[in-house]
Design a protein around this ligand. Sequence first.
Ligand SMILES: Nc1ncnc2c1ncn2[C@@H]1O[C@H](COP(=O)(O)OP(=O)(O)O)[C@@H](O)[C@H]1O
Ligand SMILES: [Mg+2]
Length: 287
Amino acid sequence: MGVPVGASVGRRRGVCRCAVRGTECAEGVSRAPAAVHSGLTPDGAFARRGSATLPTCFVIALRHVRKVYRQGSNEVCALDGVSLDVAGGEFLSIMGPSGSGKSTLLHLMAGLDQPSTGDVELDGVPLSRMSDDELTILRRRRIGVVFQFFNLLPTLSAEENVALPLVLDHRKGAEVRPRVAAALARVGLAHRRTHRPDELSGGEQQRVAIARALVVEPAMILADEPTGNLDSHTGEQILTLLGAAHREQGTTVVLVTHDARAAAQAERVVTLRDGVLVNDARTGGKS
Ligand SMILES: Nc1ncnc2c1ncn2[C@@H]1O[C@H](COP(=O)(O)OP(=O)(O)O)[C@@H](O)[C@H]1O
Ligand SMILES: [Mg+2]
């Protein structure tokens, strides 16, 4: 521990977008053996350059990932040998018909589930080699997840929902309060901070969910059809927020969608069909 995330990138040397964004990345400067640490620093692994706080390089790779769900004697192969590299700071869309394995892929990237065979690596370190504590730190401090149906806790106010990842991480109130206020302001919901989810529109609930993802200043946001339950105008607002996190903070964004307009926001679109990655295209998208 204690080594910046970018120091353990391993195979992806030279591809980190942090350098493109005008920050110097530790990648290629020094490299600690993967077995020694997961690459997480105790403070959540952010590189401070001048006055800016930017995520360090955060590279995710899937190596020959297969995921088979078993239900009694039935087997469903949700992912069938997917290999994929996502560079730090990239905005990637995952497209494909319903049932093609998109959500499964996202859950594996978030460390919420494990592949049946193959590996998911973060900065060159297989998730399977991380301890439970390291995975918990990873999910609390480095990764923000946004779901189609918002997944807010119904009895908590907007600000309590946004505060949750920090509270679970035992952050002190004096740190939590301004960070929550800033995250809610960023999504334009400062005036709704005391409202519960059932007192908010769908679009507002999704903005709260995005504030909850952003409040930890994640290196990566994984969004599973975040506009799927919203009208097109409201969906556009959500995509704008994700695009801003990508442009302004250098956050890696992985957006699952089956909306071609949403995918057009990304710089790269990969397509899944029946658990197989069938296309990987650079789009020159907006972000
Ligand atoms: N927990 C599960 N148990 C059994 N089968 C599942 C489970 N989760 C997903 N599947 C199956 O895996 C396949 C891929 O699902 P999913 O990743 O949710 O696809 P998508 O997000 O592209 O719609 C589907 O056939 C689905 O029914
Ligand atoms: Mg899905």
